[in-house]
Design a protein around this ligand. Structure first.
Ligand code: SAH
Ligand code: SF4
Ligand code: F3S
Length: 468
């Protein structure tokens, strides 16, 4: 705990270290917290060793993710004692929201616990902590946190690179029976279009070329437009495509139920929308999908994939899978493997079911034993890895635009992003932020290798008479 008052701290260079777990939304939130703290005179540091303030931005999605918090906190407590320095310790994110006061009970070294809905109050919270209070803030704020969080300075955006995240939607009303997100992130909200456009413009002016829109159900984003017309994610994408400087758009994570025809059409008609889609299905068994409350069948999902592929034949598909949900039989698991074979994924994430406190799934009988989960996870991952390798191998010989991001390991080599999100090691002299046509020559397990041919000239993009 800090014993200095804010006045005593004035003029002194203070440092904050933020450790981020979990999904992209947590990465974005950590950036927004650091922007807010920057305005208070805190500068980012990349180690807890010289930090005055350490924030652990946590994830509650699976038990393992949540448990990491307490081992981190134990280490920090020891570090603080040994160094004799005044280090303020804070817990933010989804474990903070789910466990609140319990965190301080379990680890009294913690000074503040702040849930995702109240990050804009961090400066005041730190003042309370400086006065010696312990603060737990897990109420859902009525005010709009996004409107109150400062945007990053130009040079900070530049340092973060040519590709940036932007949260457009937060929370979830779907209540899948395995998932904590509706409890940790609250009800679904969509940020206003004008606010999103303003933030995107600022990012583009600072050099961002690729924007990934984030939301727990990003394709559920909606606003009311002129004449009361409902605006959906497809409309937002077209509007963002008009911003000077932006060259690529992506969005994640989507729910199959919210994949409407207009959004699918945007994949066909909007070249800036990259040919990559993360569309989790979780299971290929209708019985398990029903028990998970996913509200669609395997056949619905396959039909959707077919529609998307018709609209954008070169799209790379990605997904999430859970094995060992309560009641999952060998036949149910076989149905998942069958679905994977039908779809053919370019990449995917798969997890063993982890019963989470407070979710309906945790209360179900017929929990699957660990050894069976292990076996199924291995079988699924073997299949998914094979598909991923096949996908990457199929890129060899193609010439594709790559967004250059940072220097590679070798002289004259840069790392960039392919349209399908797979990283590419490119032999090129082009700087970060440039887009280069690259001849793909080799596929490695998680990346591609190629030679830069020519920098792609970027035409200003304009879409006329959009009715939004
Ligand atoms: N909103 C997204 C998913 C967010 S959570 C969607 O609806 O698809 C990210 C992934 O974590 C999920 O897709 C799921 O595969 C996995 N996950 C969530 N809860 C889990 C649990 N209790 N056990 C194992 N994996 C889980
Ligand atoms: Fe969780 Fe389901 Fe909501 Fe995704 S849609 S965040 S899996 S409850
Ligand atoms: Fe984890 Fe919260 Fe994201 S639980 S996955 S950090 S929304």
């Amino acid at each position: 705990m800090s014993t200095q008052t804010p006045d005593e701290n004035k003029g002194r260079q203070r440092k904050v270290y933020i450790k981020t777990y979990g999904c992209q939304m947590n990465v974005y939130d950590s950036q927004r917290m650091s922007d807010s703290l920057d305005a208070q005179g805190y500068h980012m540091t990349d180690s807890a060793d010289d930090a005055d303030l350490v924030l652990i931005n946590t994830c509650h999605i699976r038990e393992k993710a949540a448990e990491k918090l307490y081992s981190d906190l134990g280490r920090l407590r020891k570090k603080r004692r040994k160094s004799g320095r005044d280090i303020t310790i804070g817990v933010t994110g989804c474990v903070a929201q789910a466990e609140g006061q319990e965190i301080i009970r379990r680890e009294p070294a913690v000074d503040l616990v702040v849930g995702p809905q109240t990050y804009h109050r961090l400066p005041q919270i730190l003042q309370q902590v400086a006065k010696g209070e312990k603060v737990v803030e897990t109420e859902y704020a009525v005010e709009d946190k996004f409107a109150r969080l400062p945007l990053p300075k130009k040079d900070i955006t530049r340092q973060r690179g040519a590709s940036a995240f932007l949260t457009v939607q937060e929370g979830c009303d779907k209540f899948c029976t395995f998932c904590v997100v509706p409890y940790t992130r609250g009800a679904e909200i969509s940020r206003p279009m004008a606010q999103i456009i303003a933030e995107a413009k600022k990012l583009a002016e600072a050099g961002v070329r690729e924007l990934t829109l984030l939301g727990q159900n990003v394709n559920g984003w909606h606003n009311e437009g002129a004449n009361g017309r409902k605006l959906k994610l497809g409309d937002l994408l077209y509007r963002l495509a008009e911003i000077d400087g932006l060259q690529r758009l992506r969005y994640t994570t989507s729910h199959p139920r919210d994949m409407d025809d207009a959004l699918i059409a945007a994949h066909r008609d909007l070249p800036m929308l990259m040919p990559y889609l993360h569309l989790p299905v979780q299971s290929g068994s209708d019985r398990i999908l029903k028990a998970m409350n996913r509200q669609h069948t395997a056949a619905d999902y396959l039909r959707l994939i077919e529609k998307i592929r018709t609209a954008r034949p070169d799209i790379a598909l990605s997904g999430d899978f859970i094995v060992g949900f309560p009641g999952e039989t060998a036949a149910d698991f076989e149905a998942t493997l069958h679905l994977v074979r039908e779809v053919f994924y370019a990449s995917a994430y798969s997890f063993k079911y982890s019963p989470r406190p407070g979710t309906p799934g945790a209360e179900l009988g017929e929990q699957v034993v660990e050894a069976v989960k292990d076996e199924r996870l291995q079988a699924l991952q073997t299949l998914l890895t094979r598909q991923q390798q096949q996908f990457q191998q199929s890129r060899v010989g193609l010439v594709t635009p790559v967004l250059i991001e940072k220097p590679g390991r070798h002289e004259g080599q840069m790392i960039g992003r392919s349209p399908w999100l797979v990283p590419v090691a490119v032999t090129t002299q082009a700087p970060a932020g440039a887009t280069v046509d690259v001849k793909i020559e080799e596929a490695k397990s998680n990346s591609l290798v190629g030679t830069g041919l020519a920098e792609v000239a970027q035409e200003p993009i304009s879409f006329l008479s959009l009715d939004i």
